[in-house]
Design a protein around this ligand. Structure first.
Ligand code: C2E
Ligand code: MG
Ligand code: MG
Ligand code: MG
Length: 288
């Protein structure tokens, strides 16, 4: 440990990671190479608007094609990136990629906002705020940021101020995984969010649980009272979508609608966007 401390750089940061296994430490070292070496890629998951029967946005989800380990999912490296400061480069890479992909979508005739997940540590990072604002303003891209309430807790004053800056330049703020973390109504009141995503924890068993429907319904009502639109994530069955529609949920995302897919598949999906969205929804007819 002493040796690591005197190094002052990468190793010192690595030992700061809680409960890291040798494998996790190796991943952290390899992340920088992954970012610059083209090993990261994005998949996109559409979300549909229930009443308008159209694709209302897509979420970018990062994956790592590791030369030896194969496909590594974000749950296995995003937390490490957050603790090792690679998260800034990784997120800026994602934002640039999304801006480029949105141009490709526009050329194919699809005008669709793309949402990216923003780690909490970045919300109070002035370098991130500056870089992200310049990239979005210069490109004119339609971008949304998905943030969790828990991520605001670290430094609420800066986080909320920066979120207001993002909102002012036209970035849609969406509260991700609502209900799963340290949700606080005090923050909910202050965040400049237009959208609230109910965590899949309450959605995947919606129709077989006694309590989940009550929680979901009251969350939808709360969000609407605060003038936010509601997205249910983790929609896997027609029965869940039907119940969500009855409860007034505005948007739905999940394996029933589409798994996360590559850009080419997304373009094909969007070509049949309205048909895709309405076929999922019209299958509900008669269930209202
Ligand atoms: P999230 O933002 O809540 O994303 C939703 C996760 O649920 C995704 O997992 C998605 O593939 C999965 N999912 C979508 N529909 C369904 C469904 O119907 N059923 C079930 N059971 N799961 C569904 P994924 O791609 O493994 O991402 C996990 C988390 O990693 C994300 O959660 C997000 O917090 C984080 N993440 C992903 N990409 C990025 C990124 O570029 N930057 C940051 N900071 N975090 C990211
Ligand atoms: Mg998300
Ligand atoms: Mg989520
Ligand atoms: Mg989630």
């Amino acid at each position: 440990l002493d040796d690591a401390r005197t190094d002052g750089g990468v190793i010192a940061r690595e030992v700061a990671i809680n409960a890291s296994t040798p494998e996790q430490l190796a991943l952290v070292r390899e992340l920088q190479e992954a970012i610059v070496g083209g090993q990261l890629f994005l998949q996109y998951q559409p979300k549909i608007h229930v009443r308008r029967q159209e694709v209302s946005g897509v979420e970018a989800l990062i994956r790592w094609r590791h030369p030896e380990r194969g496909l590594v999912m974000p749950g296995d490296f995003i937390p490490l990136a957050e603790e090792s400061e690679h998260i800034l480069d990784l997120t800026i890479w994602t934002l640039r990629q999304v801006i480029g992909d949105q141009l490709i979508l526009a050329e194919a005739g699809h005008d669709v906002p793309i949402f990216i997940n923003i780690a909490g540590v970045l919300l109070a990072n002035p370098r991130f705020v500056h870089l992200a604002c310049s990239l979005v303003e210069e490109s004119g891209a339609k971008i949304g940021f998905e943030i969790t309430e828990t991520s605001v807790i670290r430094d609420p004053a800066s986080a909320i101020a920066n979120l207001k800056t993002f909102a002012e330049i036209g970035i849609t703020i969406s509260i991700d995984d609502y209900g799963a973390g340290l949700s606080s109504l005090a923050y909910l009141k202050q965040l400049p969010a237009r959208e609230l995503k109910i965590d899949k924890l309450f959605v995947t068993q919606l129709t077989s649980s006694n309590r989940d429907p009550l929680i979901v319904r009251s969350t939808i009502d709360l969000a609407h009272a605060l003038e936010m639109e509601v997205v249910a994530e983790g929609v896997e069955t027609q029965a869940a979508l039907a119940l969500l529609a009855v409860m007034g949920c505005d948007m739905a995302q999940g394996f029933l609608i589409s798994r996360p897919i590559g850009l080419d598949a997304l373009i094909k999906y969007l070509e049949h966007g309205r048909a895709n969205a309405s076929s999922v929804i019209s299958a509900l007819n008669g269930r209202f």
